[in-house]
Write a protein that binds this ligand. Structure first.
Ligand SMILES: O=C(O)CCC(=O)C(=O)O
Ligand SMILES: [Fe+2]
Length: 302
């Protein structure tokens, strides 16, 4: 990007506070999905304050023991707790938030039969932490940009998020950029929000944790979803093994990935959720997975 273009963008960003992608908890899925399509991110204020309070309590003992990261990306003053589905009932509830699931469904429509959970990670940015580099989460895949959404990340605020304590920084609209554009820091805004609010960003939106220049800790629970046929960021079958998955709701079992995606992810040729229902299932009759229902969905895409 040349200098004058950059200046214009910075100016537009300064003026854009009024059109910030921020909605209240009673927003409809269409409104939330509309913000994500337009800006590449959205903040939903006050969506689940009680559940995030519970999550904060449940994760406390893990944060007490968790080491900080070991590189500039993971952050040497940043703690990360994985496997939130296994570790926190409140995080299981956040993962299944109906507004979020409907937004994810809408954004992935036509790209997969169903979405899956890709990563769960509570992140605490400690006082003195340096800013994380701005990046695109979907760069873990060999995709060229721009492209339709493949990953959506939700950051639930478990503490205040502000410009000084390490709130996630994002470049509005950068989900539309090609791969040649550079993510200049000056274009980023801080996603300021209070506990219980949710920031969602599209995997192609440039973002990163901010620097923490305060004496307070910034804590969030990151819960990410992806197209049902992509490799998951977090190995969900190890994170949530069958003994535990068996005790969860069918929707959560599906999200974790136990439900096959057509011919992908079967167990003994059948839907792996049957292994959860009937432990020790062996040599079942194989099932056709190009069902008329999935065929119709596939054709709709073309
Ligand atoms: O902690 C944050 O605000 C963002 C973290 C992030 O983007 C990441 O680790 O990929
Ligand atoms: Fe990220």
């Amino acid at each position: 990007m040349n200098t004058s273009l950059l200046e214009t963008e910075v100016e537009v960003r300064r003026m854009s506070r009024a059109i910030e992608a921020r909605v209240t908890a009673n927003a409809t899925p269409d409104e939330v999905a509309g913000c994500l399509r337009e800006f590449g991110y959205v903040i939903i204020e006050g969506l689940a304050p009680e559940t995030t309070r519970q999550a904060e309590r449940e994760l406390g003992p893990y944060f007490d023991r968790a080491p900080a990261g070991t590189g500039s990306f993971t952050g040497e003053r940043t703690q990360r707790i994985a496997r939130l589905v296994a570790r926190s009932a409140a995080c299981r509830e956040l993962t299944l938030h109906p507004l979020v699931l409907e937004v994810v469904r809408q954004l992935f429509e036509g790209q997969c039969y169903h979405a899956q959970l890709t990563m769960t990670q509570a992140i605490r940015v400690l006082p003195g932490a340096a800013a994380q580099g701005l990046h695109r989460d979907d760069n873990v895949f060999p995709f060229l940009h721009p492209r339709p959404p493949s990953v959506l990340f939700g950051m639930w605020a478990l503490s205040d998020f502000d410009a000084d304590n390490g709130a996630t920084r994002l470049i509005p609209g950068s989900h539309r950029w090609g791969d040649e554009e550079a993510p200049h820091q000056q274009l980023a805004i801080a996603a300021e929000m209070s506990p219980g609010s949710l920031l969602i960003w599209e995997g192609a939106t440039y973002h990163g944790a901010g620097a923490n220049r305060t004496s307070q800790r910034r804590t969030g629970a990151l819960i990410g979803y992806s197209l049902g046929w992509l490799r998951q960021f977090e190995n969900q079958y190890l994170a949530v093994p069958p003994e535990l998955a068996r005790t969860l709701s069918p929707v959560l079992q599906e999200l974790i990935g136990y439900k096959n995606h057509g011919y992908l992810g079967t167990y003994e040729g059948i839907d792996a959720r049957e292994l959860l229902a009937t432990p020790g299932v062996e040599l079942p009759a194989p099932v056709d997975h190009f069902t008329p229902e999935l065929e119709t969905k596939r054709r709709e895409r073309h």
